[in-house]
Ligand binder design. Structure first.
Ligand SMILES: [Zn+2]
Length: 131
C-alpha cells in the first residue's frame, strides 16, 4: 500500500483535484485503475408531488495505493479529464462494505469453495458409477 507508482494518483501523483467532492458506493472495480462509483439521490417530482430515486454512475480513478472493493463507500473528487469517461478520482475510503474481506477471511472462503467443489466432484463420481 505504501508503494504507489501511479502518476494519476491524487495523493502521490501529479493530478490535482478540484471542483466537486462527493461520496458514493463502489459497484465495480473490474477495469484497471478505474472504479465505478454509484450515487443515489431522492428527487422531488413536482407534477406528481412525490419523490423518485435517481442513480448516477461515475467512473473514478482508482489509484494503486487505494484498495477499494465492491461495496465500499468512497469519497471521490473531481479532477482533470483522465480519459474519455473519467474525470474523478477516489481520494478516501470512507467505510468498508461487504465486498471487503480480510486476508484470513478470503482464505477461509477459498478453502470453503475448494471443499464444496471436491464434494460436488465426489457426488458426481458416485452418480456416474451407479448408472
Ligand atoms: Zn497513491
Amino acid at each position: 500500500m505504501a508503494e504507489c507508482n501511479d502518476d494519476k494518483c491524487p495523493v502521490h501523483g501529479t493530478i490535482s483535484t478540484r471542483g466537486h467532492r462527493t461520496i458514493g458506493n463502489v459497484v465495480s472495480v473490474r477495469a484497471k485503475r478505474t472504479a465505478i462509483v454509484e450515487r443515489e439521490a431522492v428527487m422531488r417530482v413536482k407534477k406528481y408531488a412525490r419523490y423518485a430515486r435517481t442513480k448516477s454512475r461515475i467512473a473514478a480513478h482508482h489509484p494503486d495505493c487505494m484498495d477499494a472493493r465492491v461495496g465500499d463507500v468512497v469519497e471521490i473528487q473531481e479532477c482533470r479529464k483522465i480519459s474519455k469517461t473519467k474525470a474523478w478520482a477516489i481520494t478516501k475510503i470512507v467505510s468498508r462494505g461487504e465486498g471487503y474481506l480480510k486476508e484470513g477471511q478470503a482464505k477461509a472462503r477459498d478453502e470453503k469453495q475448494v471443499k464444496r467443489k471436491e464434494e460436488l466432484a465426489a457426488k458426481e463420481g458416485k452418480a456416474g458409477a451407479s448408472t
